[in-house]
Design a protein around this ligand. Structure first.
Ligand SMILES: [Zn+2]
Length: 163
């Protein structure tokens, strides 16, 4: 029998963003109290009976989020006026290759950032299988590892078509 165990760690952070071409109030710079939910999956436990200490996952992902996203602005890299304005006041900016929606933040964490973070810890058979970004208490976006591969491919195709 193959065992499959999932662990999820919640990480809270504050960040600002705006959505280009949204056509509504989200075009204004504004912020959220986000929660990132990081889920890893393993097929084995250690002699203590755990997959990995939760604090290891917390330190990796919270460390990265604190350094790059927390109290900063997540900005689409084509959003020149906002980049210019925030640079002028030396605010923290994190550029993304797409609009900083909760969907795309989850995609970025699961496809680009998470695998590199997990590479830093050896000796565990861990897969990053799901990331959820809660933008409010009521709304979250979820991307699984399989969806991430499809989304990245679709995004690459549309991005090439537009250039
Ligand atoms: Zn928003």
């Amino acid at each position: 029998m193959t065992m499959r165990i999932e662990l999820t760690r919640r990480i809270k952070f504050c960040a600002g963003h705006r959505l280009m071409n949204h056509g509504g109030k989200c075009e204004n710079l504004h912020g959220h109290n986000y929660v990132a939910e990081i889920t890893v999956t393993s097929s084995k436990t250690d002699e203590v009976g755990r997959v990995i200490d939760f604090s290891v996952i917390k330190n990796l992902f919270k460390g990265w989020i604190d350094e790059h996203w927390d109290h900063g602005f997540l900005i689409y890299d084509r959003d020149a006026p906002v980049i210019e304005a925030l640079t002028k006041i030396r605010s923290r900016i994190y550029l993304m290759p797409y609009n900083p929606t909760a969907e795309n933040m989850a995609l970025h964490l699961i496809a680009d950032i998470g695998p590199k973070l997990l590479d830093q810890i050896a000796g565990y058979e861990l897969k990053l299988t799901r990331v959820r970004i809660w933008e409010t208490d009521e709304s979250c976006a979820e991307v699984t590892a399989e969806q991430a591969a499809d989304m990245t491919e679709a995004w690459l195709q549309s991005s090439t078509a537009h250039h």
